[in-house]
Design a binder for this molecule. Sequence first.
Ligand SMILES: Nc1ncnc2c1ncn2[C@@H]1O[C@H](COP(=O)(O)OP(=O)(O)OP(=O)(O)O)[C@@H](O)[C@H]1O
Length: 311
Amino acid sequence: MTAPPPELVQLPPGSMVERWTITKKLGEGGCGAVYLCTDATGKYALKVEGISEQMQVLKMEVLVLGELTKRGSRHFCKIEDKGRYGSFNYVVMTLVGKSLQDLRKGTPQQSLSVACSLSCGIQALEALEDLHNIGYLHRDVKPGNYTIGRAELNELRKVYILDFGMARKFTDNNGIIRKPRAAAGFRGTVRYAPIACHKNQELGRKDDVEVWLYMQVELTVGRVPWKEITDMNAVGQAKQAIRNTPEKMFLPPCPVNELKEIMRMVDSWDYFADPNYSECYRLMKQALSNCGKPEFPYDWEPGMPLNYMVK
Ligand SMILES: Nc1ncnc2c1ncn2[C@@H]1O[C@H](COP(=O)(O)OP(=O)(O)OP(=O)(O)O)[C@@H](O)[C@H]1O
């Protein structure tokens, strides 16, 4: 008999968690919910997870964000508070704005303008580089896990990365890369999984970068070539096959030459490789300067078509 689905912690508007007043629910994830909350200093996001939850993903979130908060990283929410309250664990963090997924879906063509997607893509890779530098992989890179900041904090040009529930430490306590497991189960979202994940191989930093590249295509073109395929193995085969005809993935207005070069580099890296982020940034910046459009304003800034989504 399969276990019943875990009960999500429900916090009604007006209820209190320590000094935090709940305003409303912002969303639900696999193992918990996220609420808008306030205290005397402003608005924040409060994430909760029942203590009886089998997968304690909040622990990982707190570990990773705690580490990054200490280092003052650029693209991460800051932890304001954390603890246990009654039957659940909670963490209070920076409240961010709309996800890149919501923003792209807000356009008729389901994509951002080329300059905007390249510029956000550079920030999205910086976020991964920062995370990798503290010894963690994200393993759930997708446009729904990247957001922009809030207009009222003047953060419409800032990209945040969220959701470390699937993160994994790839280094040991001495900073040495852990030995890859002989086989690892499939984790994550089929559309965005790296080829290694389809092959049940241990994921490394290069896999986060591979998926970041697929995300870049989706943000710029509006779709990845395997969008309509549902079978997991067939999706893996499509990702492999596209290597022979990359121009079918890097459709206009993608900067095909630069993205092809990034894909070639990514495919040359193995589990242990330290990705050459700076070469990726160089190619992305080259594409940005060649695209003939200014980097700013972003598509959601005042006077731009998506501004209605961030007001
Ligand atoms: N710091 C935050 N500020 C504002 N909204 C947030 C914040 N963190 C999460 N959210 C929103 O809350 C919702 C749930 O987020 P969470 O990361 O828990 O789950 P998820 O990514 O939807 O989960 P899953 O990956 O399990 O489907 C999402 O819509 C997300 O955008």
